[in-house]
Design a binder for this molecule. Structure first.
Ligand code: GDP
Ligand code: MG
Length: 728
């Protein structure tokens, strides 16, 4: 048996790493046409002619500094897990930028195979790439490929295996490039000291250590001090002197010089005939033409708003019919159960707890799917990256960073995301203060769990223009996030902003298959959550609404009344008398339910909050649903569904939850608006809070629960009270 080959997959964000990983391992990880999707590393296996390849998909990075967690994850993997070799995925249409990372791998002395991806696109734009020449100049194998259509996959695998078999770590020499007349002598001197003292040589090549000291890399410096403080301080002293020298004579610092020379090295490589551009390259590309309009200073944002609005409109228009279909299906189910089972705890659990609770959440699946389809289109087309690009300009004015855009969009800045991956994506932010500001404001957006809540309420109180409501809520979320970020950045997390450059991928026509896979993945996540977490919480909440039962004496009167009506009903023969008796019976049952509810745990909690919550017009049912919503926002729907189902009187029969809300006199448009704003802003859901704590500390987790809930309540009260004043 030949041993497993351990491989790392690395490259810039958006170079097609995940696409390649999926093609190699047969997995279906999410692919996206914007940077920053892969944060944690993922592993998979594949078998090639009897050899097992163990592949680790690393987070996308532009560099190997210690500034961001993604880069540290990638770097530590390379140094600590010593993979047999690394497949470096490059976007062939943008070699200059992509090779910057490659140079650093080579300097670190990692055995590499270069996968020049997106060759299809490079060729289409009139570029010709000489992979053999590049391979010769860098001393590493190079394979041209197009991961999306599977081109070059076999060749890559064979190159990887033969390279891994030929290479033993010692034969692979780290690349040495010149850093010019100022730094080269210093690097020489430092390498001498490093070799003499075997300083960190177990871990890094000497030249790499010297470069990292010059770049003032915190992690390597720290390790150096731990291993050998004397040598470390000697090296640091040399670095300080040369830094001062550069500052004085060149008005720059060593880190910038190092970057300049790396780019210089790459440019000279490319100019020697690796890339040849045909005439066509000089023409303005299709993407550039589109971008003249779509990212235009004034037109761009207008087009963006129009696209969002159209997306909501489509969601409601197309989704209405299947939504009604599902509502009827669940209604038919609960009627069926009511016909089979007599009134009992089991029947109440099935009908009120499960069907009216979870069913309410599930009936939004068609709407959610249509929206996810539109979103996947925008994402695969490359438009999301443009949105990020335009928002970057806006965000900087509020003390945020261009890297905050992706976390915001993923959290639901464009409705439908999820705060949890959004919060994890804040790891790409280098400044801890900007990261904190992003972490604390990302939960304000309309994530995929809040969307159905808004769909429900907008459908109930604004049936003529639900899309507008969703649109306005999106804007409210952005306003809140930006203002709160500004507030935090000028009070408790003050500090400088760091610069950022954003790269725009070309527009690409999405494939049907890709769109359907994306849509289905997201929809399935929603359905699975409804069938597991939401189901469990719904049952808990149903139990809290059913128990403890009221004491025997208090329900005695109602019970007797029900019994006497039932007795009379059995005797009565006249049709008119029967219908009036049936009505009476229903009323009595409703009364019984109400009595039971007000005794239950949830009823008491809900009523207990009323003295405060009435300021915003919230009654006990609203209160319970909001408390439940902290577990997961969809629970707001299921709890309202259960509450209305249990307290059902005559008006309830056969109506959808949204109709029940619209008919309930204790609701009004005003209360609906206040409620939606409250749901938008208040405490992040449980999993998000845990994520915030993991990314920062438990104090910030508690802060976000308390701060967001207070802010949300203040806004809801403001809306409700000022609205009432205007009305009266
Ligand atoms: P990652 O960020 O490096 O993981 O990149 P992804 O795998 O998410 O891919 C980024 C985008 O490039 C997606 O829209 C892919 O469909 C697209 N893509 C990936 N490989 C190719 C390719 O070989 N040719 C073309 N034209 N597009 C590709
Ligand atoms: Mg990826």
């Amino acid at each position: 048996m030949s041993p497993t080959i351990y491989l790392g997959l690395a490259g810039n964000p958006n170079s097609g790493k995940t696409t390649l990983y999926n093609a190699l391992t047969g997995s279906r990880q999410q692919v996206g046409n914007y940077p920053g999707i892969t944060v944690d590393k993922r592993e998979g296996f594949t078998n090639v002619s009897g050899r097992l390849l163990h592949i680790v998909d690393l987070p996308g990075t532009y560099s190997l500094t210690a500034y961001s967690q993604e880069e540290l994850v990638a770097r530590n993997f390379l140094v600590e897990e010593s993979p047999a070799l690394v497949i470096n995925v490059l976007n062939a249409t943008n070699l200059e930028r992509n090779l910057y990372l490659t140079v650093q791998f080579l300097e670190l002395g990692i055995p590499l195979v270069l996968a020049l991806n997106m060759m299809d696109e490079a060729e289409k734009s009139g570029m010709r790439l000489d992979t053999e020449l590049l391979a010769r100049m860098l001393g590493t194998p190079v394979v041209g490929m197009a991961a999306r259509i599977g081109r070059g996959k076999e060749e890559l695998l064979h190159t990887v295996i033969s390279t891994a078999e030929q290479t033993d770590q010692s034969s692979w020499r780290p690349l040495e490039i010149s850093y010019g007349p100022d730094l080269d002598p210093v690097i020489q001197q430092m390498c001498g000291i490093i070799r003499q003292n075997s300083f960190l040589t177990q871990r890094y090549p000497p030249r790499w250590t010297a470069l990292k000291f010059l770049e003032e890399d915190v992690e390597v410096t720290r390790r150096g001090y731990e291993a050998d403080p004397e040598t470390a301080s000697r090296l640091e002293k040399i670095c300080r002197e040369i830094a001062e020298h550069c500052e004085r004579t060149l008005n720059t610092h060593p880190e910038a010089i190092i970057a300049d020379y790396r780019y210089g090295f790459i440019n000279s490589l490319l100019k020697q005939g690796v890339v040849e551009r045909s005439r066509a390259m000089n023409r303005v590309s299709f993407s550039d033409k589109m971008d003249r309009v779509l990212t235009h200073k004034f037109l761009g944002p207008l087009v963006m708003l129009a696209i969002l609005y159209a997306m909501f409109q489509i969601t409601f228009e197309v989704g209405e019919i299947p939504l009604q279909g599902l509502v009827q299906l669940f209604d038919w189910l609960s009627e069926g159960i009511k016909a089979i089972l007599p009134p009992s705890t089991l029947r109440s659990l099935l009908v009120s707890g499960i069907i009216d609770g979870v069913g309410g959440v599930l009936s939004f699946v068609p709407l959610i799917m249509i929206m996810f389809f539109c979103l996947s289109f925008l994402e695969d087309f490359g438009y999301m990256a443009r949105i990020a690009y335009m928002l970057d300009r806006l965000l900087r004015g509020f003390g945020l960073h261009g890297c905050s855009v992706m976390p915001f969009i993923m959290s639901g800045g464009i409705p439908g995301g999820c705060a949890v991956p959004g919060l994890m994506a804040t790891r790409s932010l280098r400044s801890p203060k900007e990261k904190m500001a992003t972490l604390l404001t990302a939960p304000f957006f309309t994530c995929g769990a809040k969307v159905p809540v808004f769909l429900l309420l907008a459908g109930a109180f604004f049936p003529e223009s639900p899309a507008q409501i969703l649109f306005w809520l999106t804007l409210v979320a952005w306003t809140a996030a930006l203002l709160v970020a500004r507030l935090l950045r000028s009070t408790i997390i003050r500090g400088e902003s760091t610069p950022f450059v954003m790269e725009l991928p070309p527009y690409r026509l999405p494939t049907w298959k890709g769109l359907f896979i994306h849509t289905w993945e997201k929809a399935w996540q929603y359905i699975r959550k409804a069938g597991t977490l939401i189901l469990a919480v719904s049952i808990l909440i149903w139990a809290a609404m059913s128990f403890p039962a009221p004491p025997e004496g208090s329900t005695h009167a109602v019970k007797q009344r029900i019994q006497s009506i039932q007795a009379e009903l059995e005797e009565a023969e006249a049709k008119q008398r029967r219908t009036s008796l049936q009505k009476e019976l229903q009323q009595a049952r409703g009364q019984q339910d109400k009595l039971r509810l007000s005794y239950s745990l949830a009823g008491r909690l809900g009523h207990g909050l009323e003295p405060v919550s009435q300021w915003a017009g919230f009654d006990w049912k609203t209160n319970i649903s909001l408390v439940g919503g902290i577990a997961a926002k969809e629970v707001i729907i299921s709890t309202l569904g259960t509450a209305y189902s249990m307290a059902e009187t005559d008006s309830g029969q056969g109506a959808s939850l949204s109709q029940k809300l619209a008919r309930d006199p204790s609701w009004s448009r005003l209360k609906g608006v206040g409620f939606m704003v409250f749901v938008l802003i208040y405490s992040p859901c449980f999993v998000s809070v845990i994520t915030i704590i993991r990314e920062s500390s438990w104090k910030w987790g508690v802060f976000s629960v308390a701060f967001n809930t207070l802010l949300a309540f203040a806004l809801a009260v403001l809306i409700y009270q000022s609205g009432q004043m205007l009305v009266s």
